[in-house]
Design a protein. Structure first.
Length: 220
């Protein structure tokens, strides 16, 4: 069994190009839902969790954050409890990021396809997309930072859009254009310093116009 079976490529020659997106704080403002899910976990386990601190550093895998609040021997159980409760607590409060639907529409308008590559549990990621009506052609979960390159390469993504330095690293390792949005824990200067090829100051609201210019290429 391969470690990431969901990264197997699916060639579809109907599409002229592929754009990958991160999920949390790129396509979905999951902060309200994640806060609610952590609050439920804290109540269920009797563990103090600083919700503001958790929300300020979203991006890395769930177990990395849980290690800040639970001893190592309790992390697996806390992870299972969080994931089980997330559909109830995490989905409904979390809106689409401004420009998310318009960005996917622009990709389709230009003959491309959108995929989502996220560190999030794929079941919960799918629930977010379905709840919000964000219709990506592929969803690959449980990949973080440079490991995202596995899916980006497999699916032929030429652009990857994310809010975290880890997303920039994944895009660059895959040989994709790293497009960053300052809608997560990092600002424009930090994302640029991390190696982003493009930073969109207005987040995904800037993406459709940028994409049209990018696909049109240089003009004389």
């Amino acid at each position: 069994m391969t470690p990431y079976p969901s990264t197997a490529p699916r060639t579809d020659h109907r599409y002229a190009f592929t754009v990958g997106f991160d999920l949390d704080l790129t396509l979905v403002d999951s902060r309200p839902g994640i806060r609610a899910a952590y609050a439920a976990l804290a109540a269920a386990t009797g563990t103090h969790i600083d919700l503001d601190l958790v929300i300020s550093r979203l991006g890395p895998p769930l177990v990395e954050e849980l290690r800040n609040w639970f001893p190592e021997e309790e992390v697996a159980e806390a992870n299972a409890l969080y994931l089980a409760g997330y559909p109830e607590h995490g989905i409904a409060p979390s809106p689409a990021m401004p420009g998310a639907r318009e960005s996917l529409a622009a990709i389709r308008e230009l003959g491309g396809r959108a995929i989502v590559v996220t560190a999030k549990n794929p079941r919960n990621a799918r629930l977010h997309l379905d709840h919000l009506g964000i219709d990506a052609e592929e969803l690959i979960g449980d990949l973080w930072a440079e490991d995202k390159a596995l899916a980006l390469r497999a699916h032929g993504a030429s652009v990857y859009v994310g809010d975290h330095i880890g997303d920039v690293l994944g895009a660059r390792k895959a040989g994709a254009l790293a497009v960053a949005v300052p809608t997560g824990p990092y600002g424009v200067a930090e994302l640029s310093a991390a190696g982003a090829d493009v930073v969109l100051p207005g987040g995904l609201t800037d993406f459709p116009a940028w994409l049209r210019g990018h696909r049109a290429g240089p003009t004389d």
